[in-house]
Write a protein that binds this ligand. Structure first.
Ligand SMILES: Cc1cc2nc3c(=O)[nH]c(=O)nc-3n(C[C@H](O)[C@H](O)[C@H](O)COP(=O)(O)OP(=O)(O)OC[C@H]3O[C@@H](n4cnc5c(N)ncnc54)[C@H](O)[C@@H]3O)c2cc1C
Length: 443
């Protein structure tokens, strides 16, 4: 049995950060990663970075093949850099293996045919999430059926792409593949796209999708896949319509990755949704075993995983003040064209929660910077509390919203009154000066 101070399972954002940090503090750390193609985790290898590179290149009219090559090149470099950062550390041992718990504090690995048991008082589970495969009849295992991971490894652009699922990943891929030139159809069971978002903004996004020529089939499920020939497959929908495509993307969510962890050998419990159950400090139901990132459920973002690391360190070696309870105002962006970003409440949500809410609204086309950028698409909305003057939320669909949203989050975190953003002096001409008008809310 090999004894360490800490075992980290999974090379994700939280895992690699905590491993490096503890190693710098002279802890002996074992990092276990089952797939060398995933050194550095999901974000840099198969998710945020490669997809946002493709989104960017699609908008710049770079041919698909060239964009895939550039993406592969950057991913290889990042993977290697991430590996070296830990592998070159004297206090870190990397095990290229799946990890399976034998008991609460014992983990089995197998490297080069050699089985070993590792033990440590502190164990950090950071095994991420995997694509949900929906129950569908027919040829679901066809090589023309893809997940978000496998589609971006396809070297040739699909002429016709059908996307099952209208969530964030489905819509980002729809916008991106349409920009590269695919005919894209999105099939979603929702009656309206993005029903959890502000309804004006959701309508605006759907309108832009239609303007781009993306075909959206709402209120319908894909129920059957049939392979027709070498080139295409046909999807049969719940309303009996059929869609034929050269590639089908299953974008029906991602579930916590716990399957091969052997948790049945431990006292670590799962939630009803199959995530690892944690307290507000991210400790599992077993002392000194912690779960971070997608595997513990909730928002699935890289910066949440990184922030989970901050929570754990606050409890492990800090003053224990930071927890899920004290985390505030999580922003997010859907990188469609133009991007949509959100933080806090929509007006509908604020009304339901009983706030005396007022709303600011601005068409992106009315803003000078939008003319400079030659991109007039989109709508910005903000919500404030008339009793306290606090900012309750923002939904920004338009150019540069992925940056602007962090300014609003910062103001919210600092409890700045909305008038602070309204009356601020901004440089010119930039998108943030839209806040002068946007926060001039109507009663
Ligand atoms: C297509 C797509 C686009 C996305 N875009 C964005 C974006 O733009 N911005 C954003 O913030 N988020 C984005 N996300 C979400 C983001 O990628 C994830 O939330 C984040 O990467 C999760 O990180 P993590 O720390 O939980 O673990 P991960 O980075 O998922 O790492 C888990 C690691 O554990 C390994 N592992 C699993 N099981 C075992 C085992 N038993 N033993 C050993 N190792 C194991 C895996 O191989 C993997 O390397 C996107 C996701 C997808 C799918």
């Amino acid at each position: 049995m090999l004894t360490f101070d800490a075992i980290v399972i999974g090379f994700g954002k939280a895992g690699k950060t905590i491993a490096g940090d503890l190693a710098n503090k002279d802890w002996q750390v074992a990092m276990i990663e089952k797939d060398p193609n995933m050194y550095g985790g999901t974000c840099i290898n198969i998710a945020c970075i490669p997809t946002k590179m493709l989104v960017h290149d699609g908008m710049q009219n770079v041919p698909y093949g060239e964009a895939i090559e550039r993406k592969d090149d950057v991913v290889d470099k990042l993977n290697e850099k991430n590996y070296k950062q830990l592998a070159d550390h004297d206090n870190v041992t990397i095990f290229d293996s799946g990890a399976t718990f034998r008991s609460d504090k014992e983990v089995a690995v197998e490297t080069n045919g050699k089985k070993e048991i590792l033990t440590a008082e502190h164990i950090f589970i950071n095994t991420g999430a995997v694509s949900n495969i929906p129950p569908m009849e027919g040829d679901i295992n066809s090589d023309k059926v893809y997940t978000s991971t496998t589609l971006i490894n396809r070297k040739q652009l699909p002429k016709k792409l059908a996307i099952v699922g209208g969530g964030y990943i489905g819509l980002e891929y729809a916008s991106m593949y349409r920009n590269f030139g695919s005919d894209v159809t999105v099939i979603t069971p929702e009656e309206k796209l993005l029903s959890d978002e502000d309804s004006d903004i959701a309508e605006e996004i759907e309108k832009e999708f239609q303007n781009k020529g993306i075909n959206i089939i709402n209120g319908t499920k894909a129920e059957k896949i049939e392979e027709n020939n070498e080139d295409d497959v046909t999807l049969t929908l719940s309303n009996n319509d059929q869609v034929t495509a050269n590639a089908v993307l299953l974008a029906t969510g991602r579930k916590p990755n716990t399957e091969s962890l052997g948790l049945e050998n431990t006292s670590i419990e799962l939630t009803e949704d199959g995530a690892i159950k944690v307290g507000d400090n991210l400790e599992t139901t077993t002392d000194n075993v912690w779960a971070l990132g997608d595997v513990r459920g909730g928002f699935q973002f890289t910066y949440i995983s990184l922030d989970d690391y901050r929570i754990v360190m606050s409890h492990l070696l800090g003053d224990k003040s930071y927890s899920l309870k004290t985390r505030e105002n999580v922003p997010y962006t859907m990188f469609v064209e133009p991007p949509f970003s959100r933080v806090g409440l929509t007006k509908e949500e604020a009304d339901k929660e009983g706030f005396e809410a007022a709303e600011g609204k601005m068409a992106v086309a009315s803003h000078p910077r939008a003319h400079v950028l030659n991109d007039l698409r989109g709508l910005f909305k903000v919500v404030v509390d008339k009793q306290t003057d606090k900012i309750l939320g923002a939904s920004l669909f338009g150019p540069v919203s992925e940056e602007l949203i962090n300014l609003v989050k910062l103001a919210m975190d600092l409890d700045a009154p909305y008038t602070y953003l309204r009356d601020q002096m901004y440089n010119h001409p930039v998108m943030s000066e839209s806040f002068n008008g946007l926060f001039a809310v109507e009663d």
